[in-house]
Each structure stands twice: as C-alpha cells, then as structure tokens.
Design a protein around this ligand. Structure first.
Ligand code: BGC
Length: 380
C-alpha cells in the first residue's frame, strides 16, 4: 500500500512537471505547439459520459450511405442531454490516394473539420480515429506506409486544435494485422508525436479491442499522454443478436439480459457451434454460472481495472451497446445501465455505441430521444 502511494506521489510530481510547458516542434519547422495542460489520467476522467457518432463518417462510400448523415444540431443535443464526449469514427482509407504520397482528399478534410469544430464548439471532448481501414487487415505490410502517411497528415492538420481533441490510432485491429499491431501502433504514435507531442493518443489491443487484447497490449513507456481503450459487447450473443453483419448470429433472437430466460429459447439449426454452445449454457446454467449473468460482466470489468492499476495506464471504454433489431428494450436498458454504472464504480469513463442508428439512443427521423436508453446512460 505504502509502495503504491509512493509510486503515485512520484508519478504525480513527474506528470505535473510536464504541465503547462510549451514544446518546440521536433519537426524543426520552428513553430511552437502549445502543449496540453492535461495528462492521460486527468483526460481519461474528463471523458466522462460519451457517445459514438457512428455510421456516418465511417459509412461507405459516403457519409449518407448508411442513412445516418451528421446534422450539426446533434452535438448540442448530446451536450444538453449530459454527454461530455463524442467519438467520431472516420474512414480515411477510401478518401486518400492509394499511392504515395497518399494525399487525403481536401473536401473530405473540410467536412471532418466542420464536424470536429461543431462538436468542440458544443463543448464536447472529441475523439477522432481511423475506422474501417479494411485494406490494412487484408494486407498489413502493403498498407503500413500508407497508414503512417494518413496519420502524418491528420496529425499535422489538427496540431493546433485544443487538447480536448484526441486521436485514436485504429479501431478494432484483428486478423492478419494482429501480429504487426505493436509495430504499426508504436510507429503511428511516433508519427503523431512529431507534431502533437502532448496530445492524448488512445490505443487499443488486438482481437477487436477486446479485454483480452487490452491485457496483452504493449503500452509505450515514457509517454504520459496515452490512454488505453477497450470495447465491451459481452455477452456477444445478447448484444449482437440479429446483427446482419455477424454471420449466423443474425438468426438469433429473444435473448434477454440477464439470463437465464424464463423459458428456454429455441436454438435454430445452422448456427456457428460457439453460438449454439453458448445458447445451451444460457438456457440451462443458473445464477452466476449463467453466461448472461451480471457476475460475468463484473468479473470482466475487474480484469480491466486490475490491468489499469497494475500497469498504471488509464483505461477508457470506447464502445459498448446492444443492437436494437431483436433485443427487447427492457433488456437493452438493464444491460446498458449496468455496464455504465459498473464502469463508473471503477472510475472508467465510457462511450456508448452509438447515437442515431441501429444501436441508437436518438431517432433522427422523429427528432426524439429513446428516453429509456438515454436515461440509462445519462439519467440520475
Ligand atoms: C463497428 C460497427 C459495429 C459496432 C458493433 C463498431 O466498431 O464499426 O460497424 O456496428 O462496432 O459491432
């Protein structure tokens, strides 16, 4: 205990020495970049309650293609409802040249500028990332240079923005990228640090930013401006029942939370075996043993907070939510409220997936909140 206290005092002294300095750009350009006033622990706390502006700037091929273009008013609505932070997923990879120098389309940059400025002006903290860079999953080595070139441009473009604009290196690395992730991520941070020496950078682990990815994540040493992120959709068969993009899980329905169900659910033929096995346990196991019990969530979030404490790295929940196609609203509300409050109990700031589409808390057609869900997040 005393040792932990000493480490804490030492870390606080070290960090406070780094505050309020102006840092000269290592690029040699001579321009001074004002440093952040805030270290990663303080920023992680400040992120507070967040929501993803998903299915818009990462939609393909255009912002409107998934039926959810961003309206300026959304950010004021979020702020008024009690959110502190918005994460804006962005698909840069289809808006940049495919050969060197990989220039990002200037019209797209202007659109992102407008969205970022509108969200910042509404008083929100803003996180931008690289989202759905699918080509880097299928051919990591073929895209390393391009990935770094994208970050060089994004980092340069936003270097003068206030410190509550944060960069997140890449959404949900998985598949063949996993074995390269440490190398790609550390190099992206180096590139970002050329122009943004103290801006908070968010990194997540492999296996789709899972908790297992987090606990195996390499965190660069001597950089007090890093927050680690994870995504939480457990139990996946509950949160993603009916998900059209999830293979055979699209045929699963009637999963309530918490389990077990009052009457066992039908297990359709043709499911992936891990899903049908999960459903057998869901139908039969009682109490804490049930895979849809609240204890399962508690134990997973404890893994996160233990990792954060042992590594002395702040963590942030960047996505969690339940897809609304088949899941009943009461289960969605219970799960959402439970995850939110268990995070808050552990001082983990969170960001709901997402604002106004399939997991949404706001209906863009009627202009109405789904008040049960929004209360589960920002009520009380
Ligand atoms: C993906 C979305 C998906 C969500 C939940 C996000 O990271 O970008 O397409 O709906 O995770 O699966």
């Amino acid at each position: 205990m005393a040792k932990k206290l000493l480490v804490f005092i030492f870390a606080s002294l070290f960090l406070s020495c780094n505050l309020n300095q102006n840092v000269k750009s290592p690029s040699g350009s001579g321009d001074f970049i004002s440093s952040t006033n805030i270290n990663a622990f303080e920023m992680a706390k400040k992120l507070g309650k967040g929501v993803n502006m998903g299915n818009a700037l990462e939609a393909y091929p255009d912002e409107s293609s998934w039926g959810n273009p961003i309206k300026d008013e959304y950010f004021t609505l979020m702020k008024q409802a009690g959110f502190d932070t918005v994460r804006i997923p962005i698909r840069w990879s289809t808006r940049a040249q495919t050969t060197s120098p990989y220039t990002i389309d200037s019209n797209f940059f202007q659109r992102v500028d407008h969205v970022v400025d509108t969200a910042l002006s509404a008083g929100l903290n803003v996180i931008i990332n690289i989202h759905h860079y699918e080509e880097i999953i299928s051919d990591p080595q073929g895209h390393k240079e391009r990935f770094l070139a994208l970050w060089r441009q994004i980092s340069d473009h936003y270097k003068n923005k206030p410190d509550n604009l944060l960069f997140e290196v890449l959404n949900e690395p998985y598949g063949s990228l996993e074995s390269y992730w440490k190398d790609f991520m550390t190099n992206a941070i180096k590139v970002i640090r050329e122009k943004n020496p103290t801006r908070i950078v968010i990194i997540g682990g492999i296996n789709w930013n899972s908790i297992d990815g987090l606990t195996n994540l390499y965190v660069p040493q001597n950089d007090p401006y890093i927050i680690a992120t994870f995504h939480f959709y457990e139990p996946f068969v509950f949160t993603h029942q009916g998900a059209e993009w999830g293979g055979s899980i699209s045929n699963v329905s009637n999963i309530v939370w918490p389990g077990p169900p009052a009457t066992p659910v039908n297990i359709p033929a043709g499911l992936d075996s891990w899903i049908s096995n999960w459903l057998v346990d869901y139908n039969t196991k009682q109490g804490a043993e049930n895979p849809a019990s609240s204890n399962q969530i508690i134990s997973r979030l404890n893994t996160v907070s233990n990792w954060s404490a042992n590594k002395n790295v702040p963590v942030w929940l960047g996505e969690f939510g339940v897809y609304g196609r088949y899941a009943d609203i009461n289960s969605r509300v219970r799960w959402t409220h439970f995850v939110r409050t268990e995070c808050e109990r552990r001082n983990i700031s969170w960001c709901y997936w997402e604002f106004s589409a399939g997991f949404g808390i706001y209906n863009p057609s009627t202009g109405q909140w789904n008040s049960q869900l929004s209360n589960a997040l920002v009520g009380e």
